[in-house]
Design a protein around this ligand. Sequence first.
Ligand code: NAD
Ligand code: DAU
Length: 347
Amino acid sequence: MNILITGGAGFIGSHVVRRFVTTYPNYHIYNLDALTYAGNLENLKDIEKASNYKFLKGDIVDEAFIFEIFKEYRFDGVIHLAAESHVDRSIKDPLAFVKTNVIGTVNLLNAAKEFWKDDIEEKRFYHVSTDEVYGSLGQIGLFTETTSYDPNSPYSASKASSDHFVRAYGETYNLPYVITNCSNNYGPNHFPEKLIPLFINNIIEGKSLPVYGDGKYTRDWLFVEDHATAIDLVFHKGNNHETYNIGGFNEWQNIELVQLLCQIMDGKLGKPAGFSEKLIEYVKDRPGHDLRYAIDANKINKELGWKPSVTFEQGLERTVDWFLQNKEWLSRVTSGEYQEYYNKMYS
Ligand code: NAD
Ligand code: DAU
C-alpha cells in the first residue's frame, strides 16, 4: 500500500507517521508537509532513513503539486492531518485557516476523486478532525457522533467546513471516507503555543503562566500516542462513511490541570512545593472561548475495541520528562519567529 500522510512533520502527524512506518514495513509511507512554523522534521529523526518512508515537501493549497504527487505515487489511502491548528492564531488570521483547512482539503479530495475513479471502492480517505466542530458544552453532557456542528472559532469553523466537504464527496462521488473528531492531545513534540507545552516552557524559563479568563474552562485530554493508535485502528477497521469520536475520558478544568503540571514540574526541577504555581497569572480571556469539551468515545470503544492506554498522570509525567530531556528541541522551536509570536499574543 502507498499511503499519503499529510501534516506528518507536526505534533500528531509525526506520531502517526512513526507508528505506520514502524508497524507496517510493507507499506510505503509518504509524508507530505509544507513545514510551516509547526512542522519540524526533527520530530522524525529516528525514522527518516527507513526504507518505507519518504518525505515530500509541499503545500496542500497548491493544486498542481497535489495532482502531480497523486499521479506519481498512486496512493491507495490518505490520512489527512495537515492543518492550521491553533485557535488563537485563527482569531488573528482567519484566512490562513480557510486556505489550508478548507481549500487544502478540497484539493486533496479532488485529486483522490480524479486518480481513484477506476477503483475508488478499494481506496480510503481518512480525515482527521477535532471535537471543536461541535461547539461548546455546558456543565453537563458529552459530544456524540450525532451532536450538531456549532463551531465558534475561525479554526473550528474551518475544520467543520472541511468535514462537510469530506462527507459531501462521500455522498456525491462515492468517495470511501472516515472522519474522526478527537479531543485535546498532549505529549512529546507538542508545539509550545498550546497550553501544556507553553506552560512547561514558561516554567523552565521562569516566565508567567497566562491563564485565560477565570481558568474554569474544561478540556478532555488524550495522550498523543493513544490518538495515533486510534487512527491506525480506524484506518484499517473503521466503516466507510462513518464518524468516530476519540477522547480521553479525562476532563480537567484548566486551572486544576495547571496546578497538577506545576506540582510535577516542581518535583522534577527540585523546587519547593508551590514554587511554579506562583507564576500563574490570570489574563484577558480568549474571544469566543468554548466553556467545555468532553467526548463520548463509546462508539470507537464498542465497535473497534479502542481505549486510552495511559492515565493522565502517567502521560503528563512522560510529557514533562520528554520536554526536560529535549531542551534543545524546545529552544530551537522557541527561537526567532516564536519570540515575535509570543510578544504579539501575550504582551
Ligand atoms: P500541528 O499544527 O502541530 O501540525 C500541523 C502540520 O501541518 C505541520 O507539520 C504543518 O507544517 C503542516 N501544514 C500546515 N499547513 C500546511 C499546508 N498548507 N500544506 C502542508 N502541510 C501543512 O497540528 P496538530 O496539533 O498535530 O494537529 C494535526 C491535525 O489534528 C489537525 O488537522 C488538527 O485539526 C487535528 N486535531 C488536533 C488536536 C490537538 O489537540 N492538537 C486534536 C484533535 C484534532
Ligand atoms: O479539542 C481539540 C483541539 O484542542 C484541537 O482541535 C486544536 O488543534 C488544539 O489546539 C486544541 O485546542 P484548544 O484551544 O482547546 O487548546 P489550547 O492548548 O490552545 O488551549 C487549551 C485551553 O487552555 C483552552 O481553554 C485555552 C486555555 N489557554 C490556552 C493558552 C494557549 C490558556 O488559558 N492560556 C494559554 O496561554
